[in-house]
Design a protein around this ligand. Structure first.
Ligand SMILES: *[C@@H]1O[C@H](CO)[C@@H](O)[C@H](O)[C@H]1NC(C)=O
Ligand SMILES: *[C@@H]1O[C@H](CO)[C@@H](O)[C@H](O)[C@H]1NC(C)=O
Ligand SMILES: *[C@@H]1O[C@H](CO)[C@@H](O)[C@H](O)[C@H]1NC(C)=O
Ligand SMILES: *[C@@H]1O[C@H](CO)[C@@H](O)[C@H](O)[C@H]1NC(C)=O
Ligand SMILES: *[C@@H]1O[C@H](CO)[C@@H](O)[C@H](O)[C@H]1NC(C)=O
Ligand SMILES: *[C@@H]1O[C@H](CO)[C@@H](O)[C@H](O)[C@H]1NC(C)=O
Ligand SMILES: *[C@@H]1O[C@H](CO)[C@@H](O)[C@H](O)[C@H]1NC(C)=O
Ligand SMILES: *[C@@H]1O[C@H](CO)[C@@H](O)[C@H](O)[C@H]1NC(C)=O
Ligand SMILES: *[C@@H]1O[C@H](CO)[C@@H](O)[C@H](O)[C@H]1NC(C)=O
Ligand SMILES: *[C@@H]1O[C@H](CO)[C@@H](O)[C@H](O)[C@H]1NC(C)=O
Length: 408
């Protein structure tokens, strides 16, 4: 018997709060109130519709410009000295967003439905430092929580300013997972996950994190998620209750043909299937996994697919600790099934995490996520010759803690 039992049981809390806890204490973080009065066409602003072609949406968004899954975002270049965004009615209450100007650190603020927030001012840190060769200046936004989302209703810049299209990076990586990949219980959730650390840490690559807490690989109800990834990954929205409200049981299919294909796909699924609560048999997991790898390959014929072994937490064994593991044989069998295909790989996580890299709610701590991300980055660099492109700007927010007291 394992001492711990489940992953991702605590689906999203009902209300967002501006509070982040660190070891049970309130973390000293202040989110500025960025809301402003609504912007109208006669004001000192130039407004753009959410379908402006200069806006690049990152991750999965639907035709109403509503964001889904983990860490979706948008990016654009702009002229002028201010950026505001209007959020539509399908924006979650008080959802925490991360945003940044150019290569400056991520800033955070919470936004809500039917509101406009000014995110960039001429006084924004770093704004006045842009050199000629650094134009166009860029703005990027990401949603931090997997279950919440935003709806973009409009973008506003200074009077007569222009939006500028920023080319997409040529490579793309995707992580398909559950709460472990969505960063549940990480400080900034999606922006603290190993999936974020991996993709953002690789730098000059596009990425999607199609991960949702509690979800199984097998297509069945797990912890209140109506479907598993073999179904949901093919759909635009995730399994959240807001998706149910908007789409009922008929979510739109994701238009793979009109989006950039992923070149590397990391799959981390099965921790929820392995929980006795969900009644998934080992046989069903194995056959679903073999099918799923086939589905992913069909959507992305060029992609290298990496199967992540499941660490599944740690148990005390006698006077020490030992890593668990879930579906160890089955994942090996999936790998063996595709062994001659050349596009399926196995990433062994054993020995990357230790027992104190897992928090009380069974998920990696921020440090655990960073370790996983770093090892995956190195694996991908060595195996597929990708470069480390994040050579300066912040990847993980608020991880700067240090000791400046020597000699004790
Ligand atoms: C944006 O949407 C509006 C309708 O809301 C439509 O008239 C316009 O053609 C669309 N623009 C683009 C670039 O798709
Ligand atoms: C980059 O990709 C996104 C998502 O597929 C798309 O919305 C955007 O238009 C692309 N941007 C450019 C500059 O091609
Ligand atoms: C946002 O506006 C829409 C349309 O006017 C309205 O139906 C909805 O109740 C509003 N939502 C909030 C949270 O105010
Ligand atoms: C942001 O969160 C705080 C604390 O929960 C709340 O008081 C405030 O109303 C929220 N602001 C918005 C715009 O949602
Ligand atoms: C940029 O603005 C900051 C205040 O936001 C100021 O302290 C700094 O001197 C300015 N730097 C330049 C190069 O103008
Ligand atoms: C209009 O916006 C510019 C900055 O974009 C600002 O310098 C100016 O003071 C604003 N004018 C009014 C009337 O608000
Ligand atoms: C698992 O099976 C048990 C016994 O058949 C049943 O009581 C329970 O509802 C099932 N759980 C799920 C999530 O289907
Ligand atoms: C979970 O995985 C372990 C290790 O591979 C396996 O022995 C066990 O049968 C699985 N249990 C469930 C409930 O899926
Ligand atoms: C896959 O094939 C390689 C060599 O072709 C072999 O060394 C390895 O054991 C195989 N792995 C599995 C899981 O079958
Ligand atoms: C994974 O790594 C551990 C630790 O090195 C090793 O004991 C185990 O055999 C490896 N598993 C596989 C499937 O290679």
């Amino acid at each position: 018997m394992r001492l711990f039992c489940l992953v991702g049981y605590a689906l999203a809390p009902l209300l967002a709060s501006g509070t982040i806890l660190q070891n049970g204490q309130v973390r000293d973080i202040v989110f500025p109130d960025t809301s402003i009065a609504s912007v109208n066409s006669n004001s000192n602003w130039t407004s753009f519709a959410p379908n402006a072609t200069e806006i690049s949406y990152k991750g999965r968004w639907d035709s109403k410009h509503i964001s889904w899954w983990s860490a979706p975002g948008l990016k654009f270049g702009f002229t002028g000295d201010k950026v505001a965004i209007s959020f539509g009615q399908y924006t979650s209450p008080g959802v925490l967003i991360a945003y940044r100007f150019a290569g400056q650190d991520w800033l955070f603020t919470n936004v809500t439905a039917n509101s406009t927030h000014q995110l960039i001012y001429s006084s924004t840190l770093g704004f006045n430092l842009t050199t000629q060769s650094q134009r166009p200046q860029t703005f990027e936004l990401r949603v931090t929580n997997y279950a919440y989302g935003v709806q973009i209703a409009g973008i506003h810049l200074s009077r007569d300013a222009k939006l500028i299209k920023i080319p997409n990076f040529s490579k793309k990586i995707e992580v398909i997972g559950d709460s472990l990949s969505a960063g549940q219980y990480g400080t900034f959730e999606g922006l603290s996950s190993y999936a974020w650390g991996l993709a953002e840490g690789l730098g000059d690559v596009e990425f999607d994190i199609t991960a949702y807490p509690g979800i199984c690989l097998v297509d069945q109800d797990c912890w209140g998620n109506a479907h598993g990834q073999t179904y949901q990954w093919l759909r635009t929205p995730d399994t959240s209750s807001r998706a149910e409200v908007i789409y009922g049981d008929n979510p739109p299919v994701w238009d793979f043909a009109h989006h950039q294909q992923s070149d590397i796909v990391v799959i981390n699924l099965g921790t929820n299937d392995n929980n006795t609560h969900n009644n998934v048999t080992n046989e069903k997991y194995l056959s679903s996994y073999i099918d799923f790898v086939g589905q992913v390959h069909q959507k992305y014929p060029r992609a290298q697919i990496i199967l992540i072994s499941l660490w599944n937490g740690f148990n005390q064994v006698g006077n020490t600790w030992q890593q668990g593991g879930a579906f160890v044989e089955e994942i090996q069998q999936v790998y063996a099934h595709y062994n001659n295909s050349g596009f399926v790989h196995y990433f062994n996580t054993t020995g990357i995490l230790q027992h104190n890299d897992i928090g009380p709610q069974y998920h990696p701590t921020d440090v655990g996520h960073v370790k996983l991300a770093s090892h995956l980055m190195q694996y991908i660099k060595l195996k597929f010759d990708w470069v480390f492109g994040a050579t300066g700007p912040e990847v993980q927010a608020d991880t700067l803690y240090w000791n400046d007291e020597p000699n004790y």
